[in-house]
Design a protein around this ligand. Structure first.
Ligand code: ZN
Length: 699
């Protein structure tokens, strides 16, 4: 990806519009420049609209194939350009791409509205939907018809003319604001680093944190003994180990004030306007709040169901956090230090308590978790569960030299897709970890619409890269993140449905974290650890004693973690549940809400509203941060099926898991898919047990 030469504006030489002849239809990364996107989007949206017009104008009466099937195949040119664009703006962006992103976001939202408010097309879908039981459709056909019908209704297809016009304006403005929100967070992240000037600034830091800080300084050309960036893989270890309370406070304040600084990257007004527009969006649909609108198309269904689940963990978790805090205070006092635990102190003292209580030292664990081995571990689990193999294809160049490319082969040895593993933090990449795709699986490729389309899936992590010649060592948490994203990746790779609309991860959003969170369980299996967690220098497997310590410590600090997560989820729900007017001042609103629910002191939040990208950088998790806990009920209960079978790789259970969860995409109603896998509905007890919160709730 380069960004020079702004003169290319000629469609005929635009690589985005030419056939992509590389293997798997991968984009021609090396030829693509930022200025290719605007004209390509222009041409691709025009082509998509022409396809939609043609479906609507058909002289044939509406049938499944000429309406739903045709709609599902329409817009493939736009799909591939959008996928490339969104992947690049997330993983390898540039000022030129960011400018295109700001320019295109409202235009793409307008295009989306034109398609989903298309009177002629919706009339055909609506007519089919009304007669859906008489059409003789198969299960998957019925499901895709219902999903499209819901999509159209939820995008405003049924609104009258003036309401549709306003709705489209609201969606365009939201697209603009959510784009800027994400860009602002990235600006605050890449604009800050904490310089460690001398040995005194390194006090308490183990070798791996020093090495990462040194590496980050040299990558940025900064003459210091190290720098701490706002990447999670930097800042969390720093807060955990640094003896320098003053520096911890600086790092913590910078990390938690992203998006809250006056100036061009200020997200306070943007978040407030997004909330106001979402309330208007919901009202246009006749819902009292955005939360009601968002939850109507989820497994949870209602605010009551969500709040009831969140409160089920909130009460025991706050009690647990109070007990944890008392232990931290005692330890601080024993060191002759302040007994007031501030948010920048919690991780530091928690690590000390952990070392005393479990004799478990993060620096002792990491040498057993080199990135390469843990990647192999994830591949091996996928092999033992689903018969997959992963063949490195180093000769395939993509958008950054650090990205590893693998061909994925199914049980019969046939290629089923391509997997891109993009593991390292860099200033051009947004923070967090996520799965995405360049192309989703379907069986409707080729000119006649009956050829298989193989998925191209990418996993993004933000691990701190090891120094040149040194391995990248993961924390146990990092390793868990790798397994989590790989679980999403498998959901995309194993997808085996006919229609693109039902493919892979395009499920209801409180189901989407099930395949990812479930996959984390295999990392904790002692057998998997013994096989793959090997010391990077000696190759020796992780000692039994260390595995036992990891297990003994798994509920440690869970009060803190659960409170941080649940408070963020409750603030999300409260902000989107407003019915009278939206929030004017998101900082004051957040403070008042945390006071109302009683956030224990010294803990903090997973995400503050001014940088809560789940909610405001796109809308995927708005009124939806609860989905991780919702899915945790499913994943904890689901993994018990393997426990009951007495084998974490039990073939019969794995087969049901493949059939009903990892390969079925959105072709089944999620509750029914889960019951088909498990043989019954889920219960919350395994989740409470998993978090170590059982005693308090039953007491
Ligand atoms: Zn996830």
């Amino acid at each position: 990806m380069t960004t020079a030469n702004p003169t290319t504006r000629d469609d005929s030489s635009n690589p985005l519009l030419e056939p992509w002849t590389g293997e798997y239809g991968l984009p021609p990364f090396a030829a693509v420049r930022a200025e290719h996107f605007a004209p390509a989007f222009e041409a691709a949206t025009r082509a998509h609209l022409a396809e939609i017009d043609a479906i609507a104008a058909s002289a044939e009466p509406p049938g499944f194939a000429n309406t739903v099937g045709a709609l599902d195949r329409a817009g493939r040119l736009l799909d591939r350009i959008s996928s490339l664009f969104h992947n690049l703006t997330s993983s390898e962006t540039s000022p030129a791409l960011q400018a295109v992103e700001r320019e295109m976001a409202p235009l793409l939202a307008a295009h989306h509205s034109r398609v989903y408010m298309h009177r002629g097309l919706f009339a055909r879908i609506d007519a089919l939907h009304a007669r859906r039981q008489e059409l003789g459709l198969g299960d998957e056909q019925l499901r895709v018809l219902e999903r499209y019908h819901t999509d159209f209704v939820r995008a405003g297809a049924r609104l009258d003319g003036p309401a549709q016009k306003r709705y489209a304006e609201v969606m365009q403005r939201l697209a603009d604001l959510t784009t800027r929100f994400g860009q602002n967070v990235l600006a605050d992240e890449s604009g800050f680093h904490l310089e460690l000037k001398d040995d005194a600034d390194l006090a308490g830091l183990p070798d791996f944190v020093r090495a990462a800080a040194r590496q980050a300084a040299s990558e940025r050309g900064i003459a210091a003994v190290g720098v701490i960036t706002l990447s999670r893989s930097h800042v969390v270890p720093f807060l955990t180990f640094s003896e320098r309370r003053d520096l911890r406070e600086q790092a913590w304040r910078a990390w938690t004030s992203r998006g809250e600084h006056p100036g061009p990257s200020d997200n306070r007004g943007i978040a407030a306007e997004i909330l106001a527009l979402r309330l208007e969006q919901a009202r246009l649909h006749g819902y009292a709040s955005y939360a009601d609108y968002a939850l109507a198309d989820t497994m949870a269904g209602t605010q009551e169901a969500v709040t009831s689940l969140l409160m089920q963990v909130w009460r025991p978790a706050t009690a647990r956090a109070a007990a944890e805090r008392a232990a931290l205070e005692a330890l601080a006092l024993s060191r002759g230090e302040s007994a007031t635990i501030e948010p920048w102190d919690w991780r530091f003292y928690a690590e000390k308590v952990r070392q005393v209580r479990y004799a478990l030292d993060e620096a002792e664990v990491k040498p057993y978790f080199p990135l390469e081995r843990i990647t192999e571990a994830a591949f091996d689990c996928a092999s033992r569960l689903f018969g997959l193999s992963f063949v490195a294809r180093p000769e395939i160049a993509v958008y950054h030299p650090d990205v590893k490319v693998y061909e994925v082969r199914g049980a019969g040895g046939k290629a089923i897709g391509l997997f891109l593993h993009d593991n390292f933090a860099r200033p051009t990449k947004r923070s967090g970890a996520w799965m995405s795709s360049y192309r989703v699986q379907s069986k409707t490729g080729g000119s006649r619409g009956d050829a298989p389309v193989l998925p191209i899936i990418v996993n993004n992590n933000n691990f701190a890269k090891g120094a040149p010649g040194e391995p990248t060592l993961l924390s146990f948490d990092d390793a868990r993140t790798l397994f989590h994203e790989f679980g999403h990746g498998l959901h995309g790779l194993l997808s085996n449905v006919t229609y693109e609309r039902l493919s892979g991860t395009s499920v209801l959003r409180d189901f989407v974290e099930l395949p990812s969170q479930l996959f984390e369980h295999w990392l904790e299996e002692p057998e998997v650890l013994k096989r793959h967690a090997r010391h990077h220098l000696t190759g020796q497997p992780i000692p039994d004693a260390l595995v036992e310590k990891l297990h003994a410590a798994r509920h440690f600090n869970q009060g803190y973690e659960t409170v941080r997560y649940t408070a963020s989820a409750l603030v999300d729900m409260a902000a989107h549940a407003r019915t009278d007017k939206a929030v004017d001042d998101v900082v004051a609103f957040e403070r008042a809400e945390l006071e109302r629910i009683g956030l224990p002191p010294g803990v903090g939040l997973n995400h503050r509203l001014t940088h809560f990208q789940h909610l405001f950088s796109g809308s995927g998790y708005a009124a939806g941060y609860y989905v991780y806990l919702w899915a945790e009920v499913l994943d904890a209960d689901g993994f018990e099926a393997f426990v009951e079978a007495g084998n974490p790789f039990d073939a019969a259970v794995a087969q049901r898991l493949f059939r009903f969860i990892y390969s079925s995409g959105n072709s089944m109603e999620p509750g029914a898919a889960y019951r088909a896998f498990r043989g019954r509905a889920p219960t919350p007890e395994p989740m409470l047990k998993q978090r170590g919160l059982v005693e308090e709730t039953t007491a």
